[in-house]
Design a protein around this ligand. Structure first.
Ligand SMILES: Cc1ncc(COP(=O)(O)O)c(C=O)c1O
Ligand SMILES: N[C@@H](CCCC[NH3+])C(=O)O
Length: 404
């Protein structure tokens, strides 16, 4: 392997860092549009819509592109609904999927005519109080769970999300008592699957439940479609297979029952691969026979490795021309945060780094900036977009010390 294989094809990394500062989030419009199109055409069934799960990335300029590609959106909070409306999404293209939300937060959605999913009997009654006679979607806990880490599995008896299937008769009673109509069912089994089995089994189960509720007009199977973070070892999710399996399920159901709107709710798949983080090597050392490469990308900038032990491919862009040479042993790539867990990559084979070298963290478009923080009072980085025409545009300014 050499440096040339590791470069980010579309831009001059060192130049971008010079111009916009380090670290820096960089997005590629073309990749984003391609991912949207793949999902929009996932199934052939005509009453099918994709809700982009905006928690993965709420940059308004990216949301505008996603809207332009014909996707709808979900929201977890008034903040997300606000940003989505700023991007031009109308209320009928937004779904509020609350989890332990307050009366005021529900009211925010009711006031704007945004469709709401509740995920407990208690929240259903609360919504009934403020929106008597309205429509409601119920989030089911499908018991089936999946995910890349226990912290992102959202279906199962110990997951905090959703209404237990056995409580559906109680939910119907509560809805009736407020003259509310249950018009939708949604679920989300967890985040990041690369095989289709669990998702399709859970979808089949949701359709079975829908068949018992004649008022239901929409089912939302949830998100979780994964991407291969380990480029060499993992294979892509087979979208063709997933689409066919879902189409088969839906066709069989519709033949027996009634035409229904089908939705999915992917976040990561839409935005992960269009985004990278650029950073800079700030210090290098060998302590007690372990190499540490210090850089300016801490868990304030990307928390996934620290929180879930997630893997992201890393590339090094040398500041000066030099021959490619790897460290004789795997190294720790660490950030500037005052925590021992501030590790971007451990036991990683890397070329020998020098202060000032550029770094690329790949596949960082989902749950990257969205989960970034001001910990250690470090300003949030800028975000730039490489447009289809190749031009580069800033889509969020870096924070300054004053912003803190
Ligand atoms: C309710 C809900 N829908 C959709 C998503 C999107 O998940 P993913 O980014 O894995 O597609 C999540 C996050 O896990 C979620 O909690
Ligand atoms: N934040 C998680 C995804 C799931 C969170 C939403 N339920 C990740 O970075 O992988």
């Amino acid at each position: 392997m050499g440096y040339e294989k590791q470069a980010f094809a579309k831009a001059d990394v060192l130049q971008l860092l010079k111009e916009y500062g380090s670290p820096l989030y960089v997005y590629d419009e073309e990749v984003l549009r391609n991912r949207c199109r793949e999902l929009r055409t996932l199934v052939k069934y005509p009453h099918f819509r994709v809700n982009y799960s905006a928690k993965a990335n709420t940059n308004v300029e990216l949301l505008k592109i996603i809207k332009d590609e014909g996707l709808d959106v979900d929201a977890m909070s008034p903040g997300e609904m606000y940003l989505e409306m700023k991007a031009g999404f109308t209320a009928d293209r937004i779904m509020f999927i609350g989890n332990n939300v307050s009366r005021d937060e529900l009211q925010y959605a009711v006031d704007r005519n945004i469709y709401i999913s509740v995920d407990s009997l208690s929240q259903l009654a609360l919504l009934g109080e403020i929106n008597r006679g309205g429509q409601v979607c119920l989030r089911i806990n499908p018991i089936i769970g999946a995910g890349h880490h226990e912290k992102v599995v959202t279906g199962g008896k110990k997951a905090k999300f959703g209404i237990a299937i056995e409580d559906l008769p109680k939910a119907q009673k509560i809805a009736d008592s407020y003259d509310m109509t249950i018009t939708g069912l949604n679920q989300h089994i967890g985040s990041l699957f690369l095989e289709t089995e669990a998702y399709v089994a859970a979808a089949a189960q949701l359709l079975d439940i829908a068949a018992t509720l004649p008022t239901v007009q929409v089912v939302d199977f949830g998100g979780g479609m994964g991407i291969p973070y380990r480029h060499e070892e993992e294979t892509r999710l087979d979208l063709h297979k997933l689409g066919q399996e879902l189409d088969d399920l839906i066709a069989t159901w519709v033949e027996k029952h009634w035409p229904i709107m089908v939705r999915i709710e992917p976040g990561r798949y839409v935005v992960a691969e269009c985004g990278i983080i650029l950073g800079t090597v700030t210090a290098v050392k060998n302590n007690y026979n372990t190499y540490f490469v210090g850089c300016d990308i801490g868990f304030n900038t990307l928390i996934r490795p620290a929180m879930y032990d997630s893997y992201h491919e890393i590339s090094v862009v040398p500041a000066q021309n030099r021959e490619y040479q790897e460290y004789e042993q795997p190294v720790y790539l660490v950030g500037p945060i005052c925590e021992s867990g501030d590790i971007l990559a451990h036991d990683r084979v890397l070329p020998v780094c020098r202060e000032g070298d550029g770094l690329i963290v790949h596949d960082a478009g989902a749950y990257g900036f969205a989960m970034a923080s001001n910990y250690n009072s470090r300003p949030l980085p800028a975000e730039v977009l490489i447009q289809k025409d190749g031009k580069i545009r800033i889509i969020r300014k870096a924070q300054s010390l004053k912003d803190l």
